[in-house]
Each structure stands twice: as C-alpha cells, then as structure tokens.
Design a binder for this molecule. Structure first.
Ligand code: ZN
Length: 330
C-alpha cells in the first residue's frame, strides 16, 4: 500500500465516521461489514500462558467483536474522540474489542472465567474452541465456568447449535442479580445506545445461551469466593449483578476488570462512559473503586475486551488513569 492509497483510505474512514456519529447505527451489522476488512486469523497464537503463584493461567481468545467507537465512549465530545483515535492509529468508525477469556487450573480443577461471545455479536467470535484445542484441551475438560455478567459476549458459547451444553461437564456460575434481570424477566434495554432490532436480538441471545442451564445454574452474589484462589468482587452498574475477579495464590494476584472498561484508550486513558452501562453513576463508582485498588496495589490486570492478551497495569495520573500493557513473556 502506498501513501496515496493510505490517505484515500483515511479520508474515506473520516467521511464514514462523520456520517455515523449522530445516529450510532450499524452496530448489529458492523461485525459483518468489518469481516472483510479484518485480516484473516492466519495462525497467530490465540492463547497466552502465565502463572499467578501456584495457579496456571491461560488467556484463551474467543476472537473479536466491535462497533462504532461512540458506543463505548458515550459522553465523549465528538472532536476529542476523533482526535484520540487518530493519535493512537485506530480507525475513526470502528472499535475492535477482544474477547479474552481466562482459563485457570488450580486444585485439580479447570475453571474458565467468561464463556466468550460465540457468533452472538458478529462472525469473528467463537474462536475459544480452537484455542482450547491448541493447548490440548476439549470442552469436556472444563469443570466450571464463571461469568462476570450475562451479556451475550460473555455467555454466547455456552449453548451448542442444537440447544445442548457446549461444555458438557461444566458447572456454570452466574451473578444472581443478572439472572433475575436478564433471564427471569424481559428486561427494558432502552438505555442501550443501539437500534431496537439489536436490543431484541441481544436479549434473546442471553436467554438462548443460558437455556441449557435453567435447572442447574449456580447463582452467586458478588463478593463470594468461587473456589480457593478465585474471589468475586462487587462491580455493579454495567449490569445489575456484574462482578469482577481476583485470582490469588500466595503473594501473587491478578485482577480481572470484566466490562468496567471496554477499550483502555477510551475508558482508562480517558474517562468516557461506556454506552451499554445500565446505571452509569454506579458503574463509574465501581470503576473508580476497582481501578484505584489496581493502581494502589500495582496489581497485574486482565481486561476482558483489551487488546490481546489484555494484560497490563493501571497507573493513577493527575486526572485519572493510564493503561500500561505488560511485556510479552516467552
Ligand atoms: Zn463484554
């Protein structure tokens, strides 16, 4: 690609962004639209191993989803948002979000934290099964799956195409308040800055994905310890029951931030509020409380939607926070 075509492309992207910024359209279809623009997954690793004390940990990518940047930075002034995206070489019209599920192996059990999106949010999810196979595991090797909140990109892989359990032996842990809100009722999702058609599909995908577990789901209250070494932390606001996680062994800890932030560029380095947060004030308080802890204790952090493998640390700055990605470990 020469400089001329690059310029042509950026001009075209800017034009698209200008047209879309008022309406926030296209989230439902954006995955399809960008499937052609995204280079094929051509053999790069989608798994990343490390340790937390005695616990073996592996980030397993389920692929990516995404949408208009405005969705994830609902209160950003348009000119500032565009300038920030330009400065970090991100496209103006589409923000890619990763799906970094975490497998931990401890006490003879294999526990998956988040199930990933599958195809519920576009065609580029559903990679977790290949990445499990790449580390020598099958879905039947998973003993438990712990979900931070019930959005489709966190539960989408739980159900097979024919309605069965995709992880046949796994006990599935879901926050009780999210089960009550998304599964037991027909929730009002009008707060989400997406088209009505998208909201209906979003709600249906949650119920479908969790349907195989109606009789044996384990509902938990954030704050509970799921197994020794995996503690849940209250982080409500994004959804009624969202939890984040602390994986701990000896002096080592790893903090998972779930959907307190979608992309560090807009929700850590800038203080902008994710549009899908149901109660933005409560979500902001949760974000600050948990980011403050991460910064004060200099904790390793895993961001579910951050650029793969999603590991780094948070610094407190004069005006907020800064994300510092971890160096790749071979
Ligand atoms: Zn999410």
């Amino acid at each position: 690609m020469n400089a001329f075509t690059l310029n042509r492309r950026s001009v075209m992207l800017s034009a698209v962004a200008g047209a879309s910024s008022m309406l926030i359209p296209g989230l439902a279809n954006s995955g399809t639209a960008h499937a052609q623009a995204t280079p094929a997954l051509a053999g790069n690793a989608g798994h990343y191993r490390f340790r937390v004390g005695d616990i073996s940990a592996t980030v397993l990518s389920d692929g990516v989803i995404g949408g208009p940047p405005r969705v994830y930075a609902s209160d950003a002034p348009e000119a500032e948002l565009q300038e920030v995206l330009r400065q970090v070489f991100l496209p103006a019209d589409h923000m890619t979000l990763n799906l970094n599920t975490l497998l931990i192996e401890t006490g003879g059990r294999r526990i998956l934290i988040e199930a990933g999106a599958g195809k519920t949010m576009g065609p580029n999810g559903g990679q977790i099964f290949d990445n499990l196979a790449a580390v020598g595991l099958a879905p039947a090797d998973i003993d438990a799956i712990v979900i931070s909140h019930a959005h489709p990109d966190h539960v989408g892989n739980l159900r097979t195409a024919d309605g069965g359990k995709a992880f046949p032996r796994a006990t599935v842990f879901v926050p009780k308040a999210d089960w009550d809100f998304f599964v037991r009722t027909d929730p009002d999702l009008s707060y989400m800055p997406v088209p009505e058609e998208f909201r209906l599909r979003f709600a249906a995908n949650i119920k479908n994905s969790l349907a195989p577990f109606m009789n044996d789901v384990e509902l938990y209250e954030a704050g509970a310890e799921i197994v020794p070494g995996l503690t849940t932390i209250v982080a409500s606001g994004h959804t009624p029951g969202m939890a984040t996680f602390l994986v701990h062994s000896g002096n080592d800890q790893l903090l998972l931030t779930a959907d307190l932030a979608y992309h560090p560029v807009v929700n850590v380095d800038r203080p902008w509020l994710p549009g899908p947060d149901r109660d933005k004030e409560t979500a902001l308080a949760s974000r600050r409380r948990i980011f403050d802890r991460a910064a004060a204790d200099r904790l390793p952090v895993l961001g579910f939607h951050f650029p793969f493998p999603g590991l780094g640390r948070m610094l407190k700055t004069d005006g907020g926070y800064a994300w510092v990605p971890a160096n790749w470990q071979f």
